[in-house]
Design a protein around this ligand. Structure first.
Ligand code: F6R
Length: 369
């Protein structure tokens, strides 16, 4: 049932292009508009929403962080993202004009379930983004947008994460479409770009051998840092989480702009630092800033592992290891940038002799608070 792979995780990483395509299937009509009829919250209600709040845990929380960028950009609605485990304990401000989005692969995570129950008690509408048909979270929500990743067996989430991102983009674009924003043309263009994104994920997968080789050489390291900006920041957090879970290594993700406010003190000779570089075409200011960050940390001895778009030549002189990803619109980059980090963590775990599919101390679905 592992389909020829040594681990479910490898199989699930390889299934990502299909999972992404399946999650888009039937949701874009012939004219290039979104048809999310499943989101049974009437468009009239969605037009009255004045705030979006996302609740989730772990990897799903990272998907939520990326969704915030997309939702705020395309809808101009304020969007908060909160760890589900913290949410109800701080008396959050919720009302009937708040749309709460609960993201969960399993649909059984107790923290997320308690957060959505709290939101519904305050009169908010809850939309679940979930991978498991008929699970508790979608049953208790007002509406559900299912991700179509198929069953995810490995404890560490991979294909479910990519499909959560797709679902989040769909919701953001749909809200933009329903509410009407000045980004109408961009929204139509991004819907077109999404249709070809599975191919881009596939393109990354076939170039992963150097990442595996690199991971094997780092098996005796104690720490790996991850840096990113904008939507690359949650990608960095996700890369660090995967490494903790699977390789049992100390790993931390930082927003690259925060380096100078503290973390740069951690940089020492030969410390591996993975940097997710924003597109030089999109928010080019951020691209240039991160290139300076790479220079700064390398000058202090860091071993730089740079994930950058094809054609980005500015990073070349400062990259000890360069991992190329296909060019995508800025907001969609996490769909391709996350893949090398999954492969990296999986290979490092294997090199350290760890059980990849069943990391110690972890369970696939966390049904206790
Ligand atoms: C990370 C991982 C966990 C889950 C988290 C939420 O690889 O698997 O962090 O993402 O426990 O689980 P769901 O999405 O089932 O609510």
């Amino acid at each position: 049932e592992k389909g020829g792979y040594d681990y479910f995780m490898l199989k699930e990483i390889a299934e990502q292009p299909k999972a992404v395509a399946d999650t888009l299937l039937g949701r874009i009509d012939g004219s290039g508009s979104l048809t999310l009829d499943e989101v049974r919250i009437p468009p009239g209600v969605l037009r009255e929403i004045d705030k979006v709040v996302i609740v989730a845990c772990g990897t799903a929380f990272h998907a939520g962080m990326i969704a915030k960028y997309a939702i705020e950009h395309w809808t101009r609605l304020p969007c908060e993202v909160e760890l589900a485990s913290e949410f109800r304990y701080r008396d959050p401000i919720l009302d009937a004009q708040t749309l709460v989005i609960a993201i969960s692969q399993s649909g059984e995570t107790m923290d997320t379930l308690m957060a959505l129950r709290h939101a519904r008690e305050q009169g908010s509408k809850v939309l679940a983004i979930c991978n498991t048909n008929g699970s508790t979270i979608p049953r208790e929500s007002d509406a559900v947008l299912y991700t179509h990743a198929g069953p995810e067996v490995a404890v560490a989430s991979t294909k479910a994460f990519l499909t959560q991102l797709v679902a989040c983009y769909l919701v953001a674009l749909y809200l933009g479409q329903v509410r009407g924003t000045k980004w109408g043309d961009e929204i139509r263009a991004v819907i077109r770009d999404l249709s070809s994104i599975a191919g881009a994920v596939d393109q990354v997968l076939v170039t992963m051998e150097p990442v595996r080789e690199l991971a094997r050489t780092l098996a005796s390291k104690k720490t790996v840092l991850f840096l990113g900006r904008h939507v690359g920041y949650p990608v960095a957090l996700e890369g660090a989480l995967k490494l903790k879970e699977l390789a049992y290594m100390h790993a931390e993700g930082f927003a690259a702009g925060e380096l100078k406010h503290g973390p740069i003190a951690l940089i020492e000779e030969d410390l591996p630092v993975v940097v997710v570089v924003p597109s030089p075409r999109g928010r080019s200011v951020l691209h240039d800033k991160i290139v300076s960050n790479i220079q700064e940390i390398r000058a202090r001895g860091a071993r730089t592992i740079v994930i950058a778009e094809e054609g980005d030549e500015a990073v070349v002189p400062y990259a000890d290891h360069l991992v190329r990803i296909p060019a995508t619109p800025t907001l969609l980059q996490p769909l391709v940038a996350t893949v090398p980090l999954q492969v990296f963590a999986c290979e490092l775990a294997t090199a350290r002799g760890n059980e990849v599919d069943q990391p110690r101390n972890l369970a696939k679905s966390v049904t206790v608070e």
